[in-house]
Design a protein around this ligand. Structure first.
Ligand SMILES: [Zn+2]
Length: 421
């Protein structure tokens, strides 16, 4: 074997994709909106089709100035106090119009969204800044998820000639686990309970019963499972709740499932659903014809965030992809090009499903023979579904248990606004 060639190989710099160099020069904005947990606030919102922004996740979006009043969102922040009071806006994955009451009956999880902060925004090629006069031309920006929320009402602002969309949002609290003691605790005492307080110590539950609800056990179990998925927690996870959001953002799950994970009523509920998914998912299939595309262990992290990352295509749509090192049952077509490439150093071509001809994503080939990996694939998250099957060799009784457990635990228990009479 030629050792010189091996030594000269250079691994792809996973910090590069998050710079979004294909968007040109981006200006940084430093401001993070913050609202009291549990409060009701009026905020403008935009919808980014099928993209579920999780707290702490960074995604690029393209905003039409006719959709959002950008005038105050894009101004520089002079002092910290001003940054605290800067209103944010909410990213929603589904276009719900004004049918909030109806949707709360049929698809309640469509009402979950995340308050977003603009962290970087494009500069115009002529040297000018993007501004609200750019009607007809979307403004590309990188946003960071801040706090999750639930829309309770869609409202239109009085005297708002442009009819920007506004909503009333409940800012959802982040709790490790809904404490069974909470209902028995007077509201003025609730804040005195320690965040890591374990209610089982005061309950009749045995540790074996309580174990599956212990956040530390859950995180330890999940860390064992994600090794198979070639998934390594991002450095920025500061606590178990952060970790649960990062995991929910990273797994190849359909948007409706991620919305339920976003709205899970506690960190424990979110982690339990993720763990069940991780244990039983063994393959990624085409979402339309269900042909097998990649195995669980085929994932390859091409960004610091892990296997999943989001980019804007030339049409202005945000595309989330799941990166894998090999795929089956696909056809590669089109000329290889580096134009608008999301991975500097790689040329892309289109991928099509052999079963149903649906466009599934892209194949990336390294331009430089020394760059590793030599090739990988980006599967569009909305076009693939995890194939969740019980392990082989289960007895009929175990299978029954699998499906029962699945039915109850796979979909997390999510936050619901108390009914008002
Ligand atoms: Zn297909």
């Amino acid at each position: 074997m030629d050792m010189d060639i091996l030594e000269a190989e250079e691994s792809f710099d996973v910090n590069l994709p998050s710079k979004h160099t294909y968007l040109g020069d981006l200006r940084e904005i430093h401001a993070t909106p913050y609202f009291a947990q549990g409060s009701l606030v009026s905020l403008p919102y935009v919808f980014v089709p099928d993209v579920v922004l999780m707290p702490n996740q960074h995604i690029p979006i393209n905003v039409e100035p006719t959709d959002l009043d950008l005038s105050h969102l894009l101004k520089d922040v002079v002092d910290v106090e001003q940054s605290q009071s800067r209103p944010g806006f909410v990213c929603m994955a589904a276009d719900i119009g004004y049918e909030v009451q109806q949707i709360s009956q049929t698809h309640p999880y469509f009402l979950f969204g995340t308050v977003a902060a603009i962290v970087r925004v494009e500069r115009r090629p002529n040297g000018g800044e993007a501004d609200e006069d750019d009607a007809g031309h979307g403004i590309k920006m990188i946003v960071k998820g801040c706090q999750r929320c639930l829309m309770t009402e869609a409202v239109s602002q009085d005297g708002d000639a442009q009819q920007f969309r506004y909503g009333r949002f409940r800012i959802l609290p982040d709790e490790i686990m809904e404490s069974p003691l909470k209902v028995l605790t007077p509201p003025e005492w609730r804040n005195a309970l320690l965040p890591n307080f374990c209610p089982a110590y005061l309950s009749r539950f045995s540790p074996a019963l309580y174990g599956p609800f212990d956040v530390r056990d859950l995180v330890a179990e999940i860390k064992k499972e994600i090794i198979t998925l070639q998934l390594v927690p991002a450095e920025r996870c500061q606590d178990d709740t952060d970790f649960s959001y990062w995991l929910a953002a990273s797994l190849p799950l359909p948007a409706h499932f991620r919305l339920q994970l976003l709205g899970a009523c506690s960190t424990v509920h979110r982690l339990r659903s993720c763990l069940l998914m991780l244990r039983n998912f063994n393959r990624l299939d085409c979402a339309i014809c269900k042909v097998g595309l990649a195995l669980k262990e085929d994932g390859i992290a091409m960004t610091r965030a892990g296997l999943t990352s989001a980019y804007i295509n030339p049409g202005g749509l945000t595309q989330e992809i799941f990166t894998v090192k090999k795929v089956s049952n696909v056809r590669v077509f089109g000329q290889a090009t580096t134009q608008y490439t999301w991975f500097p150093g790689y040329a892309w071509r289109h991928l099509q499903c052999r079963g149903c001809h649906n466009h599934l994503g892209w194949r990336y080939d390294a331009l430089d023979g020394h760059l590793t990996p030599k090739l990988f694939y980006g599967l569009r998250r909305g076009d693939v579904v995890p194939n969740i099957q019980p392990q082989e060799g289960l007895s009929p009784a175990q299978l029954k248990e699998f499906y029962e457990e699945h039915e109850h635990a796979m979909m997390p228990v999510y936050y619901r606004e108390p009914k008002s009479n």
